[in-house]
Design a protein around this ligand. Structure first.
Ligand SMILES: [Zn+2]
Length: 622
């Protein structure tokens, strides 16, 4: 017989079996009893806390002809079919893989028809926060016109990503993290039923490691059972649970120490994607750093205490100077304070990651220290600075070679983005250096849609920053935007310099944007307003020379650039208010702008410029 995971076999089939969510299940039972069924429910809570189980039980309870005391009978045809996922009127959708408008349209179109067999047609949409904006809108339309026999149950671990318009049309239930004691008891209950002996303490350790999620607890129990020979002991459990968390943190901390911010952010992303909650992770990281310190000072003590230390951990403990560890602990502590009241702890964690992976602070004259660490740190700093200087010289040389006009190949290209965080750190003590390659990269993919998209939420975005950062961003313009990048210009070069010295700013813009525009997280490039025209011209020249085989396009591009100069001279207020200056009409350009379908050659230029630079297009649209 094929092995079935414990969490499948032991999935709750009745409200009373759902562990640790008494308040929620009681309310749902009462609703069934009193036949007060809402049209839409929102189940929120950390993963593995029983949201989808409760949704399925609810679908059964409202459709079961023998429902008793608000519970389904689990024995009739209807109950059995729903349990097996074979009842066509109860539809489960994973929004993580079906998040587009078309998928949701397909569902909402079919929702118009009455259920065929069941009393209620029930849609259970899991991970609903993953839906695209368009899909949310389509869903909203359906929720706005509720039908008698139609019930939506939306489940999510991240309710803050769901539009308020949707939330306001649902009845919301918050699933709590399950108490360690409740989880341990449930594990003991299952072990008794399947005749697996255990040490009580071992189950408690699993329950702690599961951090409130029953599904994780059962997965770990599964592993511990296969790992153990006979009785499940403390040692088995440490091997299973310890390796999960420790190995992920080994990697993360290793990347930070190597000052590889990209890798560290990727590791962080994976840890969070695996279901680790940001606040918990922060706690674990603090303990990890403390353990590194303890291990440096008293290795035996720690080995006894935690019982499980990876080779990578020991290796890190040997390499990381204690001064740096103190610094990391301080940073993690500060972050812990910052995230206490925020809805988006992940942002802070990402910012902290970039800081952790940054160069360590200059050693404070480590007098008499035998630690080789600070010297290494200083070496790293020096290497970074030298790298930076070499890159700068190489770029200047290239510009000289090409006479400064045609920008030619973009030297460091893809390599650049990989080291961007280090660049930023190293660039702080020089005059503002134009990130030309990065700007070009954005321009290559820039679209008018992306610019409009960003402009529409810019006001909301500013509200997400503190006063200091808001001040930096207030006199800026979105010059171009593409799927992966954004060019932001600052009125003053000094402010631009300041903004680029703020290591977190670009990251925060990206993160906050992704919260306002479903999953859109562009890399932001900062430039002074005064540099824009030249950058733009350079890019047009470059793309013109690359397209030399297509004569028409080339001339269109270069002429479009000329046109661009003209419009860019229009003050931002005017272009936002869409008051075209008079000289446009005189030059005949307004004709092309107001009627893009007319196929005069100039119009094609406008269209081309349109495709390249979103900044013209708002003028046309309104
Ligand atoms: Zn039934």
């Amino acid at each position: 017989m094929a092995y079935q995971a414990l969490y499948r076999v032991w999935r709750s089939q009745r409200f009373d079996d759902v562990v640790g969510q008494k308040a929620v299940t009681q309310t749902l039972k009462n609703a069934v009893l009193q036949n007060q069924i809402s049209h839409a429910y929102l189940f929120t809570g950390p993963r593995g806390t029983g949201k989808t189980s409760a949704a399925k039980i609810f679908a059964k309870a409202i459709n079961c002809p023998n429902s008793h005391d608000g519970e389904p009978c689990n024995e009739c045809e209807m109950c059995k079919a729903i349990t097996a996922g074979a009842q066509e009127d109860v539809i489960e959708i994973d929004a993580a893989s079906n998040n587009g408008v078309d998928e949701i349209r397909f569902i909402t179109d079919r929702a118009k028809y009455s259920p065929t067999q069941a009393k209620y047609k029930v849609y259970i949409i899991d991970e609903v926060h993953m839906l695209s904006t368009g899909a949310f809108n389509a869903l909203l339309k359906t929720l706005e016109e509720p039908q008698e026999s139609l019930v939506f149950i939306l489940a999510t671990t991240e309710p803050h990503k769901i539009p308020a318009t949707i939330i306001s049309r649902t009845q919301r239930f918050d699933f709590k993290r399950i108490d360690t004691k409740d989880i341990a008891e449930h594990l003991a209950y299952i072990c008794d039923r399947i005749d697996v002996p255990y040490e009580a303490q071992a189950l408690t350790v699993i329950a702690q490691a599961a951090e409130g999620g029953m599904r994780d607890a059962l997965s770990m129990l599964d592993q511990a059972i296969s790992f153990a020979e006979g009785t499940i002991t403390m040692k088995d459990v440490m091997a299973v649970t310890g390796s999960l968390t420790y190995e992920m943190m080994d990697r993360f901390m290793g990347d930070c120490f190597a000052q590889d911010a990209t890798a560290a952010l990727e590791a962080l992303d994976e840890i969070l994607a695996s279901g680790k909650e940001a606040r918990r992770l922060l706690e674990n990281l603090l303990v990890y750093c403390r353990d590194l310190l303890l291990y440096q000072k008293a290795p035996n003590l720690l080995a006894e205490k935690s019982g499980y230390l990876t080779a990578a951990f020991k290796d890190l403990a040997g390499k990381i100077p204690s001064a740096q560890l103190f610094n990391w602990i301080k940073l993690l502590n500060e972050t812990q304070n910052e995230i206490r009241f925020t809805n988006s702890p992940t942002i802070y964690l990402e910012v902290a990651t970039v800081k952790l992976a940054g160069p360590p602070p200059a050693p404070i004259a480590a007098v008499g220290s035998t630690d080789s660490g600070p010297a290494t740190a200083a070496d790293n700093q020096l290497v970074l600075e030298l790298q930076h200087q070499v890159r700068q010289l190489a770029e200047e040389l290239q510009q000289l070679k090409q006479g400064g006009t045609a920008a030619g190949t973009n030297g460091s290209g893809g390599h650049n983005s990989h080291h961007s965080s280090k660049d930023k750190a190293a660039a702080t003590n020089s005059k503002y250096r134009l990130p030309k390659d990065k700007v070009y990269k954005v321009l290559e993919q820039a679209t008018k849609d992306d610019v409009v998209k960003v402009r529409n939420v810019w006001g909301d975005l500013l509200m997400m920053f503190n006063a200091l950062r808001k001040g930096l961003l207030v006199n800026t313009q979105i010059k171009a935007a593409g799927p992966r990048g954004l060019v932001l210009s600052f009125e003053s070069e000094m402010v631009c310099q300041k903004a680029s010295e703020d290591e977190e700013l670009a990251l925060m813009i990206s993160n906050n944007l992704s919260r306002l525009i479903d999953g859109y997280a562009p890399d932001t490039v900062f430039i002074p307003e005064s540099a824009w025209l030249e950058l733009r011209q350079g890019f047009l020249n470059q793309s013109g020379s690359q397209n030399s085989s297509e004569h028409t396009e080339q001339s269109a591009v270069s002429q479009a650039a000329g046109f661009g100069e003209q419009t860019a001279a229009v003050p931002q207020e005017a272009s936002v208010a869409f008051k075209a200056p008079e000289n446009w009409a005189d030059s005949g350009l307004m004709d092309g702008l107001t009627d893009p379908s007319a196929a005069a050659p100039e119009d094609r230029l406008v269209t081309k410029a349109d495709e390249l630079f979103g900044d013209l297009t708002t003028v046309i649209d309104d």
